[in-house]
Write a protein that binds this ligand. Structure first.
Ligand code: DX5
Ligand code: ZN
Length: 218
């Protein structure tokens, strides 16, 4: 298991000053920047697309972690790769051929991830582990920041940690939704090594303190 990495979610940033916000969380110690892409169809909210990812890319050097909540996802994979995403994660429900989508992401030079909604079973990723560099466990229903952490997902995180160990591959295990200084330790204990945090970072006055607290509490 890798040391805990913290990925602030831009969704909770001040959107009138996005460039500055990206620079500020990087200076504050963020490991990755988490970018939530929503289409108003796969999830009941609309956020932003590849043009914004591209505009923000020069603002920081940390990896950009793109979480696609769009369906279909395949037509947009190249645009996010060109925009400078390092990680591109998608939900198995976002298209008929998850295996092919992961192959495409890898062929574009990015690191592929699979995202499991609260009701999506671990079996959805079992047969594509060879193509998966990251598994993201949603601990809220996707679409909005600021929701409460679903403790029912801790068991899933633990099961995935075992599956990853058995695979012998270095697969990041990420948690997204309701991560706070209270829930971060539960995620880490269950086996997660990347924590996404929107409100718990951008909703506080001191990003460095928030990131350090999340990292240490985990
Ligand atoms: C929800 C998004 C999350 C969200 C997390 O659909 O995937 O990344 O920004 O926000 P918090 O940390 O506030 O729960
Ligand atoms: Zn997300």
């Amino acid at each position: 298991m890798n040391p805990t990495r913290i990925a602030p979610s831009l969704l909770a940033a001040d959107w009138t000053r996005l460039g500055e916000e990206v620079r500020a969380v990087e200076r504050a110690g963020a490991d990755w920047l988490h970018l939530d892409i929503m289409d108003g169809h796969f999830v009941p909210n609309i956020s932003f697309g590849p043009a914004l990812v591209k505009a923000l890319r020069p603002m920081a050097t940390m990896p950009f972690d793109v979480h696609l909540m769009i369906a279909p996802a395949d037509p947009f994979l190249a645009a996010f790769a060109e925009a400078g995403a390092e990680w591109i994660s998608l939900h198995p429900e976002a298209g008929p051929h998850l295996h092919r989508s992961l192959q495409t992401i890898r062929a574009l030079g990015c690191r592929p991830g699979v995202v499991l909604n609260p009701a999506t079973p671990v079996e959805s990723v079992a047969h594509v582990l060879d193509l998966t560099d990251l598994i993201l466990v949603m601990t809220v229903n996707p679409g909005f920041g600021g929701q409460s952490f679903l403790r029912s997902q801790l068991q899933k995180i633990a099961t995935l940690r075992r599956m990853i160990a058995e695979s012998g591959r270095d697969i990041a295990l990420q948690v997204d939704g309701g991560v706070t200084r209270e829930t971060a330790p539960l995620c880490r204990e269950a086996g997660a090594d990347v924590l996404v945090a929107g409100t718990a970072v951008f909703g506080t006055p001191d990003y460095a303190e928030a990131i350090a607290t999340l990292r240490e509490s985990a």
